[in-house]
Write a protein that binds this ligand. Structure first.
Ligand code: UDX
Length: 436
């Protein structure tokens, strides 16, 4: 099948590449000339494990190509995915900014040939697919098309596996004809017995928000329980394990930490709250999850201060991990972006290391931050080390070496990677989240 993907950001590039791997002929179109130039040279502009190899393989096998030109990309396509960004609006009111979606709809409209399904892949408020339909109809009244919603559930760092072996695929359509096109696109997954949930467009649009909001609630819940653990001397790791064994609760997403970040949870929870309010409804549990998440970041600053005897002024802090999670270079809404400036404002010096995110981090963090060549270099003469993101590289640190280069052996483990007893036996003063 001939498929066009509009937008070569995280979602668009992974979707286009994986669909090419399924055997489809995919054209990715993006207005960013520099990005397309890089992709044509085989350079993938983001860090996502396995993506560059898969891009180059499919380009080599002539199933994947890149262009900036809609006239080259859209005619002949049987399906067009819209996978452009939907950032929080610049007004700061939490609404999703749909400018790029409607721009894409207008541009593609004039280039449609024959029956085409236009599929929203980006996370968009309920009703957006219908608006896209109106925009296309106004721009090209003769076009023969259907709109559909097919939300993505890709985790950064594991996106290719999530696309190739998803828990489920959600297809929101209004005609059987469109459903058949989407079924054809995902045929390799049908063969793997992947559950496909076929529903209305509005249900599919809301499903994405509900899934992300639920996960955000789960994280905020465990973070608050971790805080109670600290107050009553209980251990969050054992507690999370025990509650997670209940199949109704499930063991995933019960890791306490410095709060959720990334390109989805912070933005999508706020956008969902706006949708809900517009309909005169409320979703107080999600409001609470958002509030708990910002409080959690502030709490980490307090935790760090207290671990250093009440003040970080004049102290050197080694920070290991800057990205919002491991295996990505994405810094969007990373807890580090809130926590590090707060520490610097209180007089701390920060030496940081991240395996993939330092270049990106420099755009988000104050200029005073120094970047180290590895974890040991970051810890040189430090008064404390803060494990901010649980990269595998930091899971088996040579603790003796770390201790020997530090000024004071204070270890603040915001991801509970290390066992408190182990760190104590190595001579560190230990602070974790939700355990002694
Ligand atoms: C998420 C969703 O998982 C994915 O389905 C959706 O399509 C996009 O948003 P992503 O943002 O890539 O994916 O990362 P995810 O692994 O879900 O983690 C999000 C944040 O939650 C990270 O900051 C992570 O550190 C935090 N988290 C996750 C926790 O603090 N505790 C947990 O138990 C799990």
């Amino acid at each position: 099948m001939n498929i066009t993907i509009i937008g070569t950001g995280y979602v668009g590039l992974v979707t286009g590449t994986c669909l090419a791997e399924f055997g489809h002929h995919v054209t990715c179109v993006d207005k960013d000339e520099d990005k397309i130039r890089q992709l044509r040279k085989g350079k993938v502009p983001i860090y996502e494990p396995g993506l560059d190899a898969l891009v180059n393989k499919n380009v080599g096998e002539k199933r994947l190509r890149f262009t900036t030109d809609f006239v080259e990309a859209v005619p002949g396509a049987e399906a067009v995915f819209i996978a452009v960004g939907t950032p929080s609006s610049r007004r700061g009111d939490g609404y999703a900014d749909l400018t790029y979606i409607f721009e894409a709809a207008r541009e593609l409209a004039g280039n449609l040939t024959g029956y085409t399904v236009i599929i929203d892949k980006s996370t968009v408020p309920v009703g957006t697919a219908r608006q896209v339909e109106r925009v296309i109809r106004q721009t090209n009244p003769d076009a023969d098309f259907d709109v559909a919603s097919n939300p993505e559930f890709l985790r950064e760092g594991a996106a290719i596996n999530d696309f190739m072996r998803p828990d489920r695929v959600v297809i929101g359509v209004q005609t059987d004809r469109a459903r058949q096109v989407l079924q054809e696109i995902y045929k390799p997954l049908y063969l793997l017995d992947t559950p496909i949930v076929s529903t209305t467009i509005e249900t599919a649009e809301l499903t994405k928000y509900a899934a992300n909001a639920f996960l955000a609630v789960k994280i905020s819940f465990i973070n608050e329980i971790a805080n109670i653990c600290e107050a009553v001397d209980a251990d969050i790791s054992a507690l999370a394990k025990a509650i997670g064994m209940d199949g109704r609760i499930g063991s995933k997403f019960l890791h306490p930490g410095p709060g959720y970040g990334g390109s989805c949870f912070p933005k999508d929870t706020l956008a969902l709250l706006r949708i809900v309010q517009e309909h005169g409804e409320s979703l107080r549990i999600v409001e609470a999850a958002v509030e708990v998440n910002s409080a959690q970041k502030a709490r980490m600053v307090k935790k760090i201060r207290e671990s250093l005897g009440g003040s970080v002024a004049g102290k050197t802090l080694a920070v290991l991990g800057l990205t919002f999670k491991p295996e990505t270079d994405d810094m969007r809404d990373a807890p580090a972006v809130t926590i590090i400036p707060a520490l610097i404002e209180k007089g701390a010096m920060v030496r940081a290391h991240d395996p993939k995110g330092m270049q990106e981090a420099a755009k988000y963090l104050p200029a005073e931050v120094e970047y180290a060549k590895d974890a040991y270099d970051a810890c040189k003469n430090a008064d404390a080390v803060i494990l901010m993101t649980e990269w595998n590289q930091y899971r088996a640190l040579d603790l003796k070496k770390i201790r020997s280069v530090m000024k004071y052996p204070v270890f603040i483990d915001l991801r509970n990677v290390y066992e408190p007893e182990k760190l104590k036996s190595e001579g560190f003063h230990y602070t974790g989240v939700g355990r002694k």
